[in-house]
Design a protein around this ligand. Sequence first.
Ligand SMILES: *[C@@H]1O[C@H](CO)[C@@H](O)[C@H](O)[C@H]1NC(C)=O
Length: 580
Amino acid sequence: MSEKIVGILGGGQLGRMLAASASLLNVKVVILDAGDNGPAKQILAPSEPRLAHIDGSFADPQKIRELASKVDVLTVEIEHVDAAALEDIQTTTGLQIHPSPSAIRIIQDKFRQKEHLASNHLPVSDFVAVDSTVESISAAATQLGLPLMLKSRTLAYDGRGNFVLRELSQVPEAIAFLNNRPLYAEKWVPFTNEIAVMVVRTVDGELQSYPVAETVHKDNICHLVFAPLRSRDASLSQRARTIAENAIRSFTGAGIFGVEMFLMQDGKIFINEIAPRPHNSGHYTIEACETSQYENHLRAILALPLGSTALKVPSSAMLNLIGYSANMSEITAITTAALAVPGASVHLYGKAECRKGRKMGHITVVAPSDAELRARLRPLLQALPDATPAEVDRFAPPPPVPGAGFADAHPLVGIIMGSDSDLPVMLPAARILDRFGVPYELTIVSAHRTPDRLVEYARSAAARGLRTVIAGAGGAAHLPGMVAAMTALPVIGVPVKGSTLDGVDSLHSIVQMPRGIPVATVAINNGVNAGLLAVRILSAGIPGLIGAMDEYMKEMEQEVLGKVEKLQEVGWEKYVVKKT
Ligand SMILES: *[C@@H]1O[C@H](CO)[C@@H](O)[C@H](O)[C@H]1NC(C)=O
């Protein structure tokens, strides 16, 4: 695929996954890291002696030069490398180094990174440089307010090197905790969610972003990642991708970058941090996207065409396996549970020993729907040694009991009606969805009495994960048509029989949609057909539903054939008497 030899500074789990992608493309890789048996080196036997891995630190200029002399392209799996040595190699030898040493130099110092982002008009929270003194930190607290985020400028990751200053009396404690390291202070960002976008850029500057993921942290370490992002704000994903792309455009060099962002209640986005390398929030791309972050990084730095960043599954989640103690069996218990879960892929990093807080591996789960994804994730969350029922329910709620009358937290179908009086007509649709195990929600949205709610519902339907809407209304029925006008999802209209015109008014209102905005219209009061049509629409993307629909139709056929037999057996005169 490429004759070029790739050198990687760092041989941890990110290097291991890069190496795995490289081996599929038969790209030769040389690793620089301490020891002979790190996660990356374990899976990459050198194909010839001159490509032997190097034992040494990725921060050691001498060792970096040794690696540079063996390879055609240098890259990193960690940003805490000797950027000056890389800059020197680039100027003296002209070696391809990606991302550029200058980008690494800016990003590895979080204060310079923030300055760079702010000067490029990218959204970041207010920040100031501080010294490790009571006066300097107190002045920053006066300027930016409390609580105040104190961060080490360098060598900090997974929340290490961060201190949340809640009151001024904590300043000495903060200085001690942060070990007199170079610091900066950041205005507290009261975010509601954390999101992340991977962005890849070629040597020619072509740029592509991955779908937005939601990240969930626990004890400052990434715990769970969900992709794609679900939101009531239909514009959010595109806004986040644009910000991430613009952020990466401001740096030089090719390869993959991770952009971590904060999402505020009002929909505002702040960039938290940039990683100039593959990132934990992009592990999901291995199983969930057409090209993983690792393969696209290699393609980018080797000047090969980029692969598609699109999702190839409807829903995915990544669970980090963080060491709970020195007891490796705790991790094994979770991975063993994962082997029984459909759509779950186990990644173990081959670390020599387990330690509390150490990233030992991860599990990616993919599924045909969010509801199915959470059902698959549930046993894995339950297998965590520190699982609490509340936390399991928060991320993987049990599906509602069919017929109990409550919405699924991750519905595929929205059943809406103009008025509660339509409920008897719409309930049969719900019963059909129950029968096929299709997750749904059911609620009242009136086109005439709650127009704002209608707009919000229709505009956010697809972004929340709905795939079909069933809308029932009587009289001058506008609900199905207005919903269809504001969402790209298929809409099924159910004309509801009123008192004056017997539902014909509603039928005509729904069926006579203008060209361009179709509404699939079922017979008056036929909620059953609306439910069945929704299942058929979903079955186009969920093959299991086609089989289930076949079964349903066979049952109907058997029912009618049974009546034919009975009619023959007892004669129609008796059959009629029997029936009445
Ligand atoms: C290690 O973890 C396993 C699985 O959770 C448990 O059964 C075992 O008792 C633990 N061993 C020690 C020494 O704590």
